[in-house]
Ligand binder design. Structure first.
Ligand code: FES
Length: 71
């Protein structure tokens, strides 16, 4: 339980997309809500639309998808 609380807090503090300030929590929510691909996650969260055009965040989104994607 405590472990979960800590990881929830970390998810809210950790920026996956630095350019747009999108947190890991936001990415996970998008995946939970059914986003299946990097493109879909980017579309609903706005991640990847920053100055680096996804250079720094695409790989991290991909990794989160492979860990948390439903189905
Ligand atoms: S870190 Fe996501 S667009 Fe630059």
């Amino acid at each position: 339980m405590e472990q979960n609380v800590n990881s929830d807090v970390l998810d809210k503090l950790t920026k996956v997309c630095i350019c747009k300030g999108i947190t890991r929590a936001a990415i996970k929510t998008a995946i939970k809500n059914g986003a299946q691909t990097v493109k879909e996650v980017q579309k609903v969260t706005g991640a990847g639309g920053g100055a680096c055009k996804g250079k720094r965040c695409t790989e991290k989104i991909q990794k989160l998808l492979s860990e948390f994607k439903i189905g």
